[in-house]
Design a protein around this ligand. Sequence first.
Ligand code: HSE
Length: 324
Amino acid sequence: MKTIKIGLLGMGNIGTGTYKALEMNREEIEANVNAKVEIVKILEKDVTRDRGIEVPAEKFTQNPDDIFNDPEIDIVIELLGGIEPAATFIETAMNNGKHVVTANKAAVAANYPRLTECAKKNNVRFNYEASVGGAIPILTSLKDTVRANKYTEVLGIVNGTTNYILHMMGTEGISYEEALKDAQERGFAEADPTADVEGIDAANKLSILIALMFGKYIHPNDIPTTGITEITQEKIAEAKENDCVIKLIAHATLKDDGELEYEVRPTYIRTYHPLAGVLAEFNAVYIKANLVGKLMFYGPGAGPLPTASAVLGDVMEIARTAMK
Ligand code: HSE
């Protein structure tokens, strides 16, 4: 039986979750792709951290070239986070003939044309399902399953940390700071939560959704973005009085004249709207399209194992379709 060899860049929360998830579900995964799947090398400085899982010390390296130049490695999974050096590493891996899987929305959104072109040029796969909506199979659906539609609008709750904070402020009456600390402890928030609470993470994800749905690349810095740092208990109470909840919404709409409007901002959502029922760290992407009408994708949008589910799904898709 063939062995699919993987090089993993980064073993933080999501890297550890991916390693664990492969150990947990190895039997199902290998039976499905009809091959053994092994993470053979891991780029990571912190070798001694207790990850709650045994990782043989010899798998760790501090030199990315050990992965890029290893002819045995078929797929590189990039889970470093941040734009650089992640984007350059993704490109180097593809230039070395490796398929790449990433969950890194910041690196994908900031470099979408460059990275997708690089994959085409090298005739390798570049899969990034986990970069938007965590475990929710949204990008594959938009690219394939629902692609027969003309898309007109997307409204996304695509940041688990801010949804969790707004939910806890609204239901438990706890402060913004308490809710943020809780989200960080649960492993939803970015290492620096500024990207979450300022809406930057949501803008990265909206940039990727726009590219897939509307075929236009909008750099995340060009998306008007307002985060949740100014949301107070008073504003939440005011929304309640109007039968609404406040959600951080990533929104893009294609107007009749063909102009695309886009924005990330805290938005009043009527309590009867499906997006109002998206609680805690859950994410949802609600689309309008001419054949399906309205369609909502819902699920866990953050956290190590849900994100690992999408990462490994991407690996399996490559194994089935590009490595037969
Ligand atoms: N910090 C992100 C969130 C992680 O809270 O949604 C998933 O992209």
